[in-house]
Design a protein around this ligand. Structure first.
Ligand code: C5P
Length: 374
């Protein structure tokens, strides 16, 4: 078997997991700060941010895929029976649309990239909803509530992949929902007296509406679960290169990402109504914090791809639960987030549930068995 890839002696698997945890926390904080730090009249367009993310992510994935084509040209040349031509070696574009697919034990090239259109549309919706949630919830509350995606991922895995869950995993999911519920109660109570949520009407100050934030998070968890499981289904039923799949995903994301941009052309108050948006109008009000949010999103997409490749989805859950702690501590330090007993209890229950869910199957209470037999 092949040795696990390493960087400076450390397995890439762990590097990608720790990087994902830090990226998750940084994204929650940056997205929240970039939205609340400017008055609504000077807010940047979330739809433009999503579009920019997809364009950049697709471009970087294309460069990586292209570099891999040059390194291993034979994998990307013509189908069996055809001799590879220099044109086929250098032309990347047909390979973006073709993926090797296993049918009746034989590897053949098939035009199956359309399958990526479903997760692509779902991820675009999810990425837009994330902005709504981050604008209306505290960064730490958003992070904890977003853990509900483990629940939706499990539900879609059972329905679509016919995966069976052990009673221990169902118990973990129950505690996850309970923990998120406790955090929501805390948020509802805290925002009653919060100055950020009770701004006088007419003031050009960002107002957080936690209920709207929770609805957006719930919907984002739904799309995250469905898109994740669907992406897994596509990956497992074919042997297409991960970076080629990422390019396909980004290509299919472009159209749905463009729709909200075109429907709301006046991202800037200076833009004439019903005009075709220019680049300047699209990216009006983009502060350095907004660009930092976009770049962190791009980085996150690429790291997610690496985590799926070198680790697995359960370990990904661990990484994101670690990010709760990071963003919680940073929220306290940066945004004077109030530590309440219910937040600590709720976040602890979410962390414990994530840990419980990540326990390998078929290893129930080994501690007691080991002690009895000794
Ligand atoms: O929170 P969740 O794990 O569902 O988020 C996945 C994020 O990673 C989304 O923003 C999605 O656009 C991105 N992604 C990606 N490439 C993949 C899978 C997900 O860019 N192959």
């Amino acid at each position: 078997s092949q040795a696990a890839p390493t960087l400076c002696g450390v397995p890439l698997k762990y590097i990608s997991l720790v990087t994902l945890a830090v990226q998750n926390a940084a994204l929650a904080l940056l997205m929240h700060y970039s939205r609340i730090s400017t008055p609504p009249s000077r807010a940047y367009s979330a739809a433009s941010a999503v579009l920019a993310t997809e364009l950049l992510k697709g471009f970087i994935s294309l460069l990586i895929a292209f570099s891999r084509v040059e390194l291993t040209p034979l994998q990307y040349t013509l189908a069996p029976g055809h001799s590879p031509s220099p044109v086929a070696k250098s032309a990347l574009h047909p390979r973006v649309f073709l993926a090797r697919c296993r049918i009746l034990g034989k590897e053949v090239f098939r035009q199956d990239c359309w399958k990526l259109s479903i997760p692509a549309i779902l991820y675009v919706i999810q990425n837009n909803l994330q902005f709504v949630a981050a604008s209306n919830l505290e960064a730490a509350t958003f992070q904890v509530s977003y853990q509900m995606k483990i629940l939706t991922t499990a539900a879609f895995s059972v329905v679509l992949l016919r995966r069976k869950l052990t009673p221990l995993k169902w118990l973990a999911l129950f505690f996850l929902a309970l923990g998120v519920g406790i955090v929501q109660i805390q948020c509802g109570a805290a925002t009653h007296g919060s100055s950020s949520a009770t701004v006088a009407a007419g003031d050009d100050v960002h107002t957080m509406v936690p209920f709207k934030g929770f609805l957006a998070v719930a919907a984002a968890c739904f799309t995250s679960g469905l898109a994740g499981v669907y992406f897994e289904m596509v990956l497992k039923n074919s042997t297409g290169d991960l970076w080629v799949r990422n390019v396909q995903l980004s290509l299919f994301s472009l159209l749905p990402a463009l729709v909200p941009v075109i429907l709301a052309p006046s991202a800037s108050p200076l833009a004439p109504a019903h005009s075709v948006p220019s680049i300047t109008h699209l990216f009006a009000n983009f502060t350095p914090w907004a660009w930092a949010t976009v770049l962190t999103q791009v980085f996150g997409g690429l790291i997610t791809a690496l985590v799926i490749k070198y680790a697995d989805n359960i370990m990904k859950g661990f990484a994101t639960s670690l990010s709760i702690v990071i963003s919680f501590l940073a929220s306290v330090a940066l945004f004077h987030f109030h530590i309440t007993v219910s937040f600590v209890v709720g976040a602890s229950v979410v962390l414990a549930a994530t840990w419980l869910y990540s326990q390998p199957d078929g290893k129930r209470v080994p501690f007691f068995r080991a002690r009895r037999s000794s």
